[in-house]
Write a new protein. Structure first.
Ligand code: ES4
Ligand code: ZN
Length: 322
């Protein structure tokens, strides 16, 4: 199937980190604008470093490069670039992660982030966009609770709260109180789990955080009972196949768990995760998946429909996009 058919599929992106849409060229532009010097000669040299061996090896570069994001205008320009790309890929709705702690700890106020995101979304000709702040799990539940204190005055600007960053050794359960407090303020939970961490972290995200979606979740297949529960409760998995290949979760896309997740009856959506780093935006992800697994256009359209139904959009709005 050609790219135009892929673009034409009504779809939502439910797993994209706005900081992961920072292209090398924009990073250099923002560095210049903010009087900063990057430790790379140019965008070609920077791109050459995108040979990751693990989630942590990616995160080390990623948290460093986002230091160029300083002002509301920086967050606006980053978000505008993503929304333009998303529109070109036929994305009708995006639920966008951001990492408040990664910016707060560099002295960037939450207001600068929100002003920038808001300006880009307001000026955009589409897609519609929701924001999901994520807690950095490796900084622990205390830091997450402090961050939630800062977020709650702006709770009406968010669709949910999430959990991301280095997974191994950082289980969801200790964050139960943080997510309970967010839930009491009307913010449902999503959580990265089962990306590089064990299937038990997926179970904890469901039981302790009441996660409404699982980000990645591919490792759930190690626990047949958990798979049955995810299927029965129709918990969507926001799967990111190119990301899993780039971070070494699987050696080649042909070996990705996607067909096994579908065969198990799970609710699976396709997503880009950090498209500036992982070799493609959402239409590229759909195209790789269709080619690799020989899926026909009806199967690919079903991924799109599932993604819209798995969004936090109200039912009437979902219906309008389908
Ligand atoms: C991430 Cl691929 C991935 N996993 C966990 N946290 C993240 N933050 C940005 N990309
Ligand atoms: Zn992610």
């Amino acid at each position: 199937m050609d790219r135009a058919e892929i673009v034409d599929i009504p779809k939502a992106e439910l797993h994209v980190h706005i900081e992961g849409t920072l292209e090398p060229e924009l990073a250099f532009l923002l560095a210049r604008r903010n009087g900063l010097t990057l430790p790379y000669a140019d965008s070609t040299e920077l791109r050459a470093r995108y040979a990751f061996t693990s989630l942590q090896s990616f995160l080390d570069l990623y948290y460093g490069l986002m230091d160029v994001l300083r002002t509301a205008e920086d967050f606006r320009d980053l978000t505008t670039a993503y929304l333009d790309k998303a529109r070109q890929d036929g994305i009708r709705h995006a639920e966008i992660f951001f990492d408040p702690q990664a910016h707060l700890r560099r002295g960037v106020p939450l207001e600068a982030m929100l002003e920038g995101f808001g300006a880009a979304i307001a000026a955009s000709e589409g897609p519609s966009a929701y924001l999901i702040p994520c807690f950095l799990r490796d900084l622990g539940p205390g830091a997450a609770m402090d961050t939630l204190d800062e977020l709650l005055p702006y709770a009406d600007r968010f669709a949910a709260v999430g959990l991301d960053s280095a997974e191994a050794g950082h289980p969801p359960e200790p964050f139960a109180d943080v997510f309970a407090r967010a839930r009491a303020a009307g913010l449902p939970a999503v959580a990265h789990a089962g990306e590089e961490g064990p299937s038990d972290y997926v179970r904890q995200a469901l039981v302790s955080l009441h996660a409404r979606r699982i980000d990645h979740g591919v490792r759930c297949l190690d626990d047949p009972e958990l798979v049955l529960r995810l299927a029965a409760e129709q918990i969507p998995l926001t799967v990111c196949p190119l990301s899993n290949v780039m971070l070494g979760g699987v050696a080649r896309i042909e070996e990705h768990a996607l067909p096994r997740l579908l065969a198990a009856g799970l609710t699976v959506t396709l997503n880009s995760d950090d498209p500036a780093y992982f070799g493609g935006y959402l239409a590229d992800v759909y195209q790789h998946v269709a080619r690799t697994f020989g899926y026909d256009i009806a199967t690919m359209r079903a991924f799109g429909e599932t993604s819209i139904r798995a969004s936090f959009l109200p039912a009437a709005e979902q219906q309008r996009l389908l």
